[in-house]
Design a protein around this ligand. Structure first.
Ligand SMILES: O=C(O)c1ccc[n+]([C@@H]2O[C@H](COP(=O)([O-])O)[C@@H](O)[C@H]2O)c1
Ligand SMILES: Cc1cc2nc[nH]c2cc1C
Length: 366
């Protein structure tokens, strides 16, 4: 432990966070499910909205779950593996999009505004990041290094850098939660990061790279075959790793590591964390491998068409809220799912029950 009054080191902050993670409050979840059954409607007729309300209750440990101050945190970083030609777009787009997030003109900016969601943007290591002085959203400087190294040639980052990025994620979650956020969505931006996410997924779940590697921004045909071969080569380069920290440092990304920290802190502070697509879910997989109970705080917003996403969600035992074929990232799917979660909480809070009508027996008669 650090001496009183000093800031904890990344490792200490992560250790404290892990110690605070508790499983779902099953009592609150069951009470919410029971209350939902008593509402004036045929039993189960609100479908997944009912299970979502109960899950929110279990995560927040209350029979009156709330989604009043939702936020999306976007972490951005560059990837050395782009030098191998794994993306349909050039690396400069990462820096370009940082400007779009600040200005509020990126897709997630529009969707977040529509749904009344606060956006927080952090630069974890974008190469040639623009100097952003004003805009609708601030971009926080949480740079660990200028992009990762090419994981085909060596570790993407050192273990200390991975821990620093995770600790930054813990701090970002704290910033939002201390400010009142009661649900946090994960957003990411980083050209090349679907390759890192595929390598992480294949390694963490011990799957064939071909099963969990897809087009990303639009890589098809021979280029996709080469991308799969690159993921395969990355895994062979780093040998048989099992420890999630080693895997994260060897083949992950700075923005992915930060989102792992966001997930862990949300789990520790009983704040529901809304996963977005394939890359954000790779960060969640790392969190789950570090501390399996962190999965209790997760809700999957969307199902990405990236082939590895369904594999990830199955491993985490999660059912997506939306299936819209979205594969953008940025937290766009998380932003879209927020109104549904807000509605789930509102139904549980505001809907009348059979008991209110003086009808005790709300069960079907046949
Ligand atoms: O979230 C997804 O499912 C998803 C699927 C494909 C692409 N993306 C986004 O596209 C970028 C990475 O794609 P790529 O092809 O450069 O690896 C990155 O900025 C992600 O946010 C995201
Ligand atoms: C333009 C563009 C925007 C994105 N947002 C998230 N990933 C992205 C990738 C590209 C290429």
């Amino acid at each position: 432990m650090s001496a009183e009054g000093t800031t904890p080191s990344p490792r200490e902050l992560i250790e404290q966070t892990l110690q605070q993670i508790r499983p779902l409050d099953h009592e609150a979840g069951a009470a919410a499910a029971g209350a939902m059954d008593g509402k004036v409607k045929p039993l189960g007729s609100l479908g997944q909205l009912e299970t979502l309300a109960a899950r929110l209750a279990g995560i927040q440990a209350t029979t009156e779950p709330h989604v009043e101050a939702p936020a999306v945190v976007i972490c951005a970083g560059d990837h050395g593996i782009t030098a191998t030609g794994v993306s349909a777009y050039p690396q400069e787009v990462t820096a370009l999009m940082l400007g779009g997030f600040a200005a509020g003109t990126a897709a997630v900016g529009v969707l977040a505004r529509e749904a009344g969601i606060r956006l927080l943007v952090a630069d974890l290591g974008v190469i040639q990041a623009p100097v952003i002085e004003s805009g609708q959203n601030v971009v926080l400087d949480r740079r660990v290094r200028a992009g990762t190294a090419n994981s085909l040639e060596g570790p993407a980052m050192t273990l200390a850098q991975a821990q620093q990025a995770v600790a930054h994620g813990v701090g970002l979650a704290d910033l939002l939660i201390d400010d009142g956020a009661d649900l946090i969505g994960l957003g990411e931006m980083g050209i090349g990061n679907t390759t890192a996410a595929s390598a992480l997924t294949a390694s963490l779940l011990d799957r064939d790279p071909a099963r969990v590697t897809g087009p990303g921004t639009g890589v098809t045909g021979e280029a996709l075959t080469a991308k799969i071969a690159a993921v395969d080569a990355v895994l062979r380069r780093h040998g048989d790793l099992d420890d999630p920290w080693q895997i994260l440092a060897a083949v992950g990304g700075l923005e992915i590591a930060a989102l792992t920290g966001v997930v862990l802190r949300c789990a520790a502070r009983r704040v529901p964390v809304l996963l977005d697509g394939f890359v954000a879910t790779a960060a969640a997989l790392v969190a789950w491998r570090i501390e399996p109970r962190s999965a209790d705080a997760m809700i999957a917003a969307t199902l990405s068409p990236e082939p590895g996403h369904a594999v990830q969600l199955e491993a985490l035992g999660l059912e997506p809220v939306l299936r819209l074929g979205m594969r953008l990232g940025e937290g766009s799917g998380a932003a879209l799912a927020v109104p549904i979660l807000r509605s789930a909480a509102a139904v549980l809070r505001d809907m009348g029950s059979f008991a209110d009508l003086g009808l005790a027996d709300e069960k079907p008669t046949a």
